[in-house]
Design a protein around this ligand. Structure first.
Ligand SMILES: CC(C)(COP(=O)(O)OP(=O)(O)OC[C@H]1O[C@@H](n2cnc3c(N)ncnc32)[C@H](O)[C@@H]1OP(=O)(O)O)[C@@H](O)C(=O)NCCC(=O)NCCS
Length: 205
């Protein structure tokens, strides 16, 4: 998560922020049709490391643990467990029957601004068949309705065509560019996208 986002920051009353934190603490599943999602646990580290080790998964994502080691992946999972307990982040995995990770969703929340960010990836064998678009749509809807957010902010690499198409079709607007910092301190230029609840609802009607 970059400190620079979201770009739009509208403070909400503390009671509303606390209700969002409570909703985040309670996250135990996600909408979507590929496989059930559940919060990552430290024992998932080897399977998540294997998933992240494929560049078709990890290359476009700045927040993936780097250097990519078992220790760093376990720390990343523990960091999200602590973040979810604080109501400010969540990390959920989807696995197949064999226990292989086939998708993950990483959330960051700014309850004080009723804002959130979703990142994630699908296993390469599931990519470019529409599942990511469907899952993103369902998850954004859930972020607005179940978590009661006013704003979703996304970042994407400049050359991430699929993510750009997906976000544009859903109604996200390009708000600018920034340098995203990876966990190892290296940086990557990103496009910043935002979608407000008003624009989301207008799109639905
Ligand atoms: C990004 C990701 C979740 C999208 O899911 P997906 O199932 O692969 O994408 P979809 O099949 O739903 O396609 C999304 C859009 O890209 C288009 N698309 C799909 N494959 C494409 C390709 N090879 N080239 C160009 N466009 C493509 C689709 O037509 C669709 O556009 P539309 O919304 O205008 O119809 C998935 O590709 C992924 O895990 N990528 C690696 C990690 C990543 O980039 N994560 C996002 C970081 S911000």
């Amino acid at each position: 998560m970059a400190d620079e986002i979201p770009l739009t920051r509208n403070a909400v009353p503390e009671a509303r922020a606390e209700a969002i934190r409570a909703a985040v603490r309670a996250i135990s599943a996600l909408p979507g049709d590929t496989a059930p999602a559940s919060p990552a646990r430290p024992e998932d580290a080897p399977a998540l490391l294997a998933f992240f080790s494929d560049p078709a998964v990890s290359a476009p994502i700045y927040s993936i643990p780097r250097p990519l080691t078992l220790e760093n992946v376990a720390a990343y999972i523990r960091g999200h467990q602590a973040g979810q307990a604080d109501g400010v982040s969540a990390l959920l995995l989807r696995k197949d029957e064999a226990g292989e990770v086939i998708g993950y969703s990483e959330f960051h929340f700014w309850p004080q601004w009723a804002a959130g960010e979703l990142g994630g990836a699908l296993h390469p064998r599931l990519q470019s068949q529409g599942a990511g678009g469907r899952g993103a749509l369902a998850t954004f809807d859930w972020m607005f309705e179940a978590l009661d957010l006013d704003l979703i902010c996304e970042t994407s690499a400049l050359d991430n065509v699929r993510t750009a198409k997906l976000l544009e079709r859903i109604g996200f607007q390009k708000k600018g560019e920034l340098l995203s910092t990876r966990p190892d301190g290296t940086t990557r230029p990103s496009i910043v996208w935002e979608l407000t609840r008003e624009d989301w609802r207008a799109r639905e009607s």
